[in-house]
Design a protein around this ligand. Structure first.
Ligand code: ADP
Ligand code: MG
Length: 474
């Protein structure tokens, strides 16, 4: 058996547009080793997704493979050039030898089909012989990605983003393919759920022996998951190597993506401030949030809190830090367990952080915090996350933060999931968070924003000279 699952030689992909040809992939040579997790890194537009769809023969016009070959070596079958096989040969290879988790795939589940029927569709189309074993196979596959059997009976809208992604991963490996190509599998998920997805991907490799090609613009993903990393830049592969080698000793100038470069800033405790971190998508804002939360250690530099390096804290000190510094994420749905009612999520925080000495005091605290975000406790406590509106979920997350009385809140795109309607009628807390996000408004009320522009360095910060609005939690 060949040591490589895939051998790409001289691949070139061109998009012909009326403004001329764009060579999105240029003379790319790459071998994917059997059993490895190969990370494909590179900034947005560097050609990663184009490479994926070209390998999978899913490239759509005006895209065209203009040169190269892609030898695929599925176990127990003869090698084929994926660029030369016909439609029927491709159909046979798809799912059972070669699977794909497209970018933004979470929306690719059929909204009117139960999860188990989506498994059936794929399995029966490509491996009808397994019809008999479906009843046993589906729960097993779900279990493999940490989902309970009853998820099979659910519809996509009942699942959080992270759960949908795990369902798709389970479907991708249902027929035990040799190679799975996952394009940005963690993008659009909040940081805690990203970790779950990364762990599940790693498990798929160890449990199924599947080879994974994981595409991500986020170097943190590669740091946590990849054995080797290939870096793309303007359609070319500028570096391939062992993950440690690439991270510690990047060889090619210009090809290595530094998400956050020499950023320095300080936040003052007094008076309470709202500081905005501004920048385009991909400019490194979430990476900074992860660094400050202690979830990802920077490759250089330090994060000091009260003068102490947060990556050098003892376990107990770090726990204290994580209570004092609370995140508010983009998609509050992702942090709730969809099987538990809201009260359980809030009680969990009360217990975990020892917020109340008695049950009565705990309930009082929960109710007070819900009222503080203008939710009626009796209306929401008995509901499941999917029975709440996006705005209500977001406010419940704020209520949870409110209960903990943190000194510092890190809000990563906290209102981007809310529609304009919700924003307009939002509670002062939400409004406060909303106001901390700069709108493209020339009449800016905030000065001294921290701006991270593209991959640019951050060089100055001045405290906002407008006093922060009344803010009990900031
Ligand atoms: N359908 C298309 N038509 C024309 N140009 C495209 C098309 N899709 C992608 N491109 C161009 O190809 C290049 C690579 O894009 P893409 O593969 O999506 O990069 P990445 O996945 O790394 O963000 C970019 O310059 C992009 O603008
Ligand atoms: Mg892409």
């Amino acid at each position: 058996m060949s040591e490589s699952v895939l051998e790409v030689k001289g691949l070139e992909v061109t998009y012909s547009t009326n403004r001329g040809d764009v060579k999105a992939v240029r003379g790319l040579d790459l071998a994917v080793r059997r059993g490895e997790i190969l990370g494909i890194a590179g900034e947005s537009g560097s050609g990663k997704s184009t490479l994926a769809v070209a390998l999978l023969r899913l490239l759509k016009p005006p895209g065209k493979v203009t040169a190269g070959s892609v030898m695929f070596h599925p176990a127990g079958r003869s090698p084929v050039d994926l660029l030369k096989v016909n439609g029927e040969q491709l159909r046979v290879l798809r799912w059972s030898a070669l699977s794909y988790l497209p970018q933004g795939s979470m929306s690719s589940l059929n909204p009117v089909m139960r999860v188990r029927d989506q498994f059936k569709d794929v399995i029966l189309e490509h491996a009808p012989a397994r019809r008999e074993s479906l009843g046993e196979l589906i729960p097993r596959l779900l279990g493999q990605v940490g989902l309970e059997p009853r998820v099979g009976r659910m519809y996509p809208h009942e699942l959080s983003g992270g759960m949908k992604q795990r369902v798709l991963m389970a479907i991708a490996v249902a027929l035990e393919p040799d190679l799975v190509i996952a394009d940005e599998p963690t993008t659009a998920l909040d940081v805690t759920i990203q970790r779950v997805i990364l762990q599940s991907l790693a498990d798929l490799r160890s449990d199924f022996g599947v080879t994974l090609m994981v595409i991500s613009h986020d170097m943190g993903v590669h740091a946590q998951l990849a054995d080797r990393v290939a870096v793309m830049y303007e359609g070319r592969l500028v570096e391939v190597g062992d993950v440690r080698q690439v991270f510690k000793n990047p060889g090619v100038a210009g090809g290595y993506i530094t998400a956050v470069d020499d950023v320095s800033f300080a936040l003052a405790a007094e008076p309470p401030q709202v500081v905005s971190l501004v920048g385009q998508s991909g400019s490194g804002k979430s990476t900074i949030a992860r660094n400050v939360l202690g979830l990802q250690k920077p490759t250089a530099g330090s994060v000091l809190y009260g003068g102490k390096d947060i990556f050098k804290l003892s376990r107990a000190e770090y726990d204290e830090y994580r209570r004092d510094v609370q995140p508010v994420f983009q998609d509050p749905y992702a942090i709730f367990n969809p099987f538990y009612r809201v009260d359980r999520a809030l009680w969990k925080a009360v217990k975990k952080f020892g917020l109340a000495s008695t049950r009565a005091k705990g309930l009082e605290l929960i109710e007070e915090s819900l009222r503080a975000v203008r939710l009626e406790p009796e209306n929401v406590l008995g509901r499941y996350p999917h029975q709440l509106s996006g705005g209500q979920r977001q406010r419940i997350m704020l209520a949870r933060v409110h209960m903990l009385r943190p000194s510092f809140i890190i809000a990563d795109e906290p209102v981007s999931m809310l529609d304009a309607q919700v924003r307009k009628h939002s509670h002062p807390y939400t409004q406060l968070l909303l106001d901390s996000i700069p709108q493209p408004d020339p009449d800016d009320r905030w000065t001294g924003r921290i701006a991270v522009d593209e991959l640019d360095r951050l060089d100055s910060t001045t405290p906002a000279d407008t006093p922060a609005p009344e803010a009990p939690i900031l």
